[in-house]
Ligand binder design. Structure first.
Ligand SMILES: Nc1ncnc2c1ncn2[C@@H]1O[C@H](COP(=O)(O)OP(=O)(O)OP(=O)(O)O)[C@@H](O)[C@H]1O
Ligand SMILES: [Mg+2]
Length: 440
């Protein structure tokens, strides 16, 4: 049988949804999502920490259930109008100027109405300099109801990525679109809106009324289990005819901390380091040296983002007398356990007079993306943990550096920083980590 040849960049996809190496998620999550996609009138909210695999999961599942998908990527500052216009624009691929030529059997009057609106938008475009400057102009005919009809006729569903980035009044207005989709689903049973957000609860993604409760499915995507991460490696091995020795594969799993993108990036780095750009003619074995180079490259490329995340986490107003987030992170390190509780933090925190309420609220903040998601909270066990080993030990390194600065030790060069970080992480996952913690 002829071997199928895959491009390495299509197998290990650290910055894109995985298609070839897509690993089926936990059966409960999977069934919940697929049921919601299949149930007429059910709207869907997908939430979970950033990078846990929300987009990948929905894209793979939609491929199995829906013919057409329109994806709108929400960005900070986007308005209700810009969402409507983005969807309207993308729907253009189903609507033709010639009523007869559209392949989807779209009702002629709906097609006509689409093109009417489009024409009026064009007109505005022409006069833009004179009339509209600030807000996007939406023709009055283009109501959410009308938009829902355009979706319904073309049998497509609407995915709103990063919906949590829409804020304030715009969010309240945009959330109402979900209600419209719900109501209109009597007419069009395929009509569905899927909102995705990298946040801790579904309500942080979309604001919806209690009356909508049982018509919205809240699907939580957890971090990947070690077995799931390992499956990504195994899948990549098969597609590219590679072998990752068990020792290496274990290390990749440990370093990934449940984040599939780290796994993809490390595997990809190992491949490119060995000039493996496609499926191998003969089985190729990767070595520990490849792994070491891969991890160094990873840490080097990510060091700016570790720094940015850590800085976000410890940012306090200028006039603050003390830095509570910083004290919490230090305490979290001092606990020296994989997972820790609020009580652990309270016990180890250096300022004993901080009210419990404040510690609690700052802990919650540290789990948010605007605080670099330094910590993760597990709702079931009510325990916290560091997002990943890199961020954790970046923090540790900063605290140690602060101490050393006091002793007037010169700042290290970049390469040394990376070496140091990797050395500490290695200690963290093996032993001798206690000395570092004691010195805090
Ligand atoms: N089920 C899976 N099987 C294999 N790889 C996966 C899977 N899910 C996610 N990945 C990989 O993990 C990385 C992150 O996935 P994805 O972008 O889907 O996460 P996300 O939750 O949407 O992240 P964000 O919150 O940043 O939008 C990507 O590199 C993707 O290829
Ligand atoms: Mg995503």
């Amino acid at each position: 049988m002829k071997k199928e040849i895959y491009d390495t960049y299509k197998v290990f996809t650290p910055t894109q949804p995985a298609i070839n190496t897509f690993i089926e998620r936990d059966i409960k999550v999977n069934n919940h999502l697929v049921d919601s996609l299949r149930t007429p009138g059910k709207q869907v909210v997908i939430y979970g920490h950033s990078g846990c695999g929300k987009s990948t999961l929905i894209i793979n599942k939609l491929n199995q259930v829906y013919e057409n998908t329109i994806i709108t990527r929400c960005m900070k500052g986007m308005t209700f109008e810009s969402l409507i216009l983005d969807a309207f624009d993308q729907l253009g691929r189903f609507y033709s100027v010639e009523t007869k030529t559209n392949g989807f059997k779209i009702a002629p009057e709906i097609n006509l109405s689409y093109n009417d609106i489009k024409a009026s938008l064009k007109l505005v475009e022409l006069n833009k300099s004179k009339t509209i400057t600030q807000k996007e102009f939406v023709p009055p005919q283009l109501t959410p109801q009308r938009l829902a009809r355009f979706f319904g006729e073309s049998k497509s569903c609407w995915v709103l990525e990063d919906f949590h980035k829409i804020k304030g009044e715009e969010k309240t207005r945009a959330s109402q679109i979900m209600k419209v989709f719900m109501d209109m689903s009597l007419e069009y049973s395929d009509l569905k809106l899927i909102a995705i957000g990298a946040v801790g609860t579904a309500r942080q993604v979309v604001e919806y009324d209690n009356e909508m409760n049982n018509r919205v499915s809240e699907v939580f995507v957890p971090y990947m289990s070690d077995d799931e991460i390992e499956s990504i490696i195994i899948s990549g091995e098969k597609l590219l005819d590679l072998r990752f020795p068990e020792k290496i594969s274990e290390k990749i799993v440990t370093y990934s901390c449940g984040l599939p993108s780290i796994c993809h990036q490390l595997c990809l780095n190992m491949c490119t380091n060995r000039n493996i750009y496609q499926t191998q003619k003969e089985t190729t074995y990767l070595k520990m040296g490849d792994f070491e180079k891969a991890i160094e490259k990873f840490a080097d490329e990510k060091s700016d983002s570790f720094k940015a995340d850590f800085d976000k986490a410890i940012k306090v107003p200028n006039k603050s007398l003390r830095n509570v987030p910083k004290a919490i992170i230090k305490a979290a390190l001092k606990v020296n356990k994989d997972e820790f509780s609020f009580d652990d933090i309270k016990y180890h925190i250096e300022f004993k007079d901080i009210p419990s309420k404040e510690i609690e609220s700052k802990l919650t903040q540290l789990c948010r993306t605007d605080r670099g998601e330094l910590l993760i909270h597990d709702d079931n066990s009510n325990l916290y943990r560091f997002n990943n080993l890199f961020l954790k030990n970046w923090a540790l390194m900063q605290f140690r550096k602060e101490k050393e600065d006091v002793l007037n030790i010169r700042n290290r060069t970049d390469q040394k920083v990376i070496d140091r970080l990797l050395e500490i992480i290695e200690k963290d996952i093996t032993d001798e980590y206690d000395v570092y913690i004691e010195e805090l």
